[in-house]
Design a protein around this ligand. Sequence first.
Ligand SMILES: [Zn+2]
Ligand SMILES: [Zn+2]
Ligand SMILES: [Zn+2]
Length: 144
Amino acid sequence: MHVTADDLTSTLRAAGLRITAPRRAVCEIVAAHHDDHLTAATVLEHARRDLDVRIDRATVYRTLEALEDVGILRHAHLGHGPAVYHLTEEHRHHHVVCERCGATTAIPVGEFDAFVETIAARTGFVLDVEHFAISGLCPSCAHR
Ligand SMILES: [Zn+2]
Ligand SMILES: [Zn+2]
Ligand SMILES: [Zn+2]
């Protein structure tokens, strides 16, 4: 089951937000492109190119933030670049990122369970391993 733009707008509406045309556009883009590691900049670009809607950057950020606040969206940092956004319900994964060429690979949720449990047992810290990618070298950079 894929999350639709209507799901996103009704979640925002249920949280008390008014659905303006720019907010609606952000929801449509997030629903259509959630597999693409969307950034705020690519949301703006899609709005202009696909929907012919001009949204100011602040509205994009505020709408993404509102979607995060209601728990339907979350961001991750893949390296030094801007945050990327994922729908919480779909394709949950961790990331590894190549520090040389920037290539990223998704790692299934659960791969870090043993590590998370060990750290919790030793330190009491509850890790959020989805928030930041783990950096390293991709296969082609590692063997160069
Ligand atoms: Zn991802
Ligand atoms: Zn963050
Ligand atoms: Zn690489």
